[in-house]
Design a protein around this ligand. Sequence first.
Ligand SMILES: O=C(O)CCC(=O)C(=O)O
Length: 247
Amino acid sequence: MMNREQLHQDGYALLRRAIPTEWLNGLRGAFDAGVKPSDEWPVPRGAGWRHALLDLDSTVQATCRLPALLAVVGELIGERFFLAQVEGREPLAGGGHQMLHRDQSAQRPGDTVNAMAYFDDYGPDNGATRIVPGSHRPRLNEPTFDFNDESEAVQLAGCAGDILVFDADLVHAASLNPTGARRRSVLIGYFAASRYAEHLETVKLRSVRMDTTERFDPMGLAFGDACSAVSRASSSSLGVGAGGQSP
Ligand SMILES: O=C(O)CCC(=O)C(=O)O
């Protein structure tokens, strides 16, 4: 369980089994069908990764709109927001390692929230995401974060269908996939409505084809319901599924 205060303090929430199980095969299929080699993207993608263009798939779109996910995003952004990007990503055998980093907010802290939705079970064996809880809002006079310091990083582990939702300023990274076991996922970006003009300037570069005109209002999203599906990375307990409407 998590409350608002905890969410803002940690800078992330891990929604356990948030994606309905019966959607997962379709999502994996959409990922595999959308894989494109690095040189077919407007901006070449990094080596050691498989990338998939899947933003028009209806189950992917439904995943991005799961009520529990939108509720946590709305609580973090705190104003009207839109779905800005969704891209398939999978670390390959021997690839995937990233240095700790922040994706970074744009106009104000908190105006950008990312989510990682996992289509396969994930953990240290297949390059699960690392996060540094609470690192999104450094305290006054706190030393600049040393991205080489892994001492406070936590590597996540969980099941296909989990979704990690995090403030873009949270320190995090992808990890080495030592076995090559599949770790299909989508990285989803949600922006505060005030970022829309800036978003339009780079949609082509980011290969965004989907309609991004829909707006979500945090006031209309039931954050309380999302809490029952949330667990913290330091906890080993599994939350209950958040569910959603079939696409
Ligand atoms: O794929 C992951 O585990 C995280 C990806 C990430 O941090 C990034 O690309 O910025």
